[in-house]
Design a protein around this ligand. Structure first.
Ligand code: SAM
Length: 253
């Protein structure tokens, strides 16, 4: 039976075979690797992934799609909201130290998914995600760029990231209203040691008024925290490189 795409689940199914191949090539799966796919949908990516690895663990929220997926012996199906999935448990069940996580993500919850996975970075080998291109631009932006913000700092602290493929709306059914792209995220081996909650708070305060000089926002906050080091607050949040935010959070942690 034909599946009617559900908007509330962010269902835009990939149909362009050339693009599908390019994404799978970018992932470069090898036999036996522990792949976990978020939102397999109608298996556009899943099937070529299975062909290359032999088995894939899939996380799907749509009950009707999960029913279809369960008929495939090469799939381990987790029928759940990905935001509730404990990836450390998944790694443990698969008896592997690290997972390769992939997916054409539901765009309505892509940022929450990225933050959820940040909590499981220790059990992740790498992540390949299709996202709104505009979100990837923000993820990979450097200081000084107008896309640079909270997402850039929080993710660049923990991952090396690159935009590996542009994907136009015509590659999907139904086509989304935005351009898409694929990002590769590889956890950094030696990230700055800091309290993530503190970095999050600091970055939120700093970017709360991104066009203003930091003195009245971050400057005040640092005073409240009893910060005694040096930090130039005569700048705007978007001018401060990731490494300086990290150093600041590390010194307060
Ligand atoms: N992978 C398929 C493809 O590329 O054609 C489908 C991608 S579609 C953009 C997103 C998929 O994520 C859908 O299958 C949707 O049902 C599923 N999904 C939506 N919200 C989800 C959630 N919270 N947890 C797990 N899967 C979800």
């Amino acid at each position: 039976m034909k599946h009617i795409p559900r908007k509330r689940f962010g269902q835009n199914f990939l149909t362009d075979q050339g693009i599908i191949e390019s994404i799978v090539d970018a992932i470069n799966p090898k036999p036996g690797q522990p792949l976990v796919e978020i939102g397999p949908g109608l298996m556009a990516l899943t099937q070529p992934l299975v062909d290359r690895t032999g088995e894939v663990t899939v996380i799907e929220l749509d009950r009707d799609l999960a029913v279809r997926l369960r008929t495939k012996p090469q799939l381990r199906v987790i029928e759940s909201d990905v935001l509730k999935v404990n990836f450390a448990n998944v790694a443990q069940e698969l008896a592997v130290p690290k997972l390769r996580v992939v997916g054409n993500l539901p765009y309505n919850i892509s940022t929450p998914i990225l933050f959820h996975l940040l909590g499981f970075v220790d059990v992740v080998q790498d992540q390949h995600f299709m996202l709104q291109k505009e979100v990837i631009d923000r993820m990979v932006a450097d200081a000084g760029n107008s896309d640079y913000g909270r997402l850039s700092v929080m993710l660049q602290w923990r991952y090396a990231m690159e935009n590996v493929l542009f994907v136009p709306p015509e590659s999907f059914d139904p086509p989304p209203r935005v351009n898409s792209a694929v990002v590769r995220m590889v956890p950094r081996e030696q990230p700055a040691q800091l309290n993530p909650k503190l970095l999050e708070e600091l970055v939120q305060v700093a970017f709360s008024q991104r066009r203003k000089i930091l003195r009245n926002t971050l400057g005040k906050w640092l005073e409240e925290k009893g910060f005694s080091g040096t930090f130039d607050v005569q700048r705007r949040a978007e001018e401060v490189p990731v490494a300086e935010y990290e150093a600041l959070a590390a010194s307060l942690s």
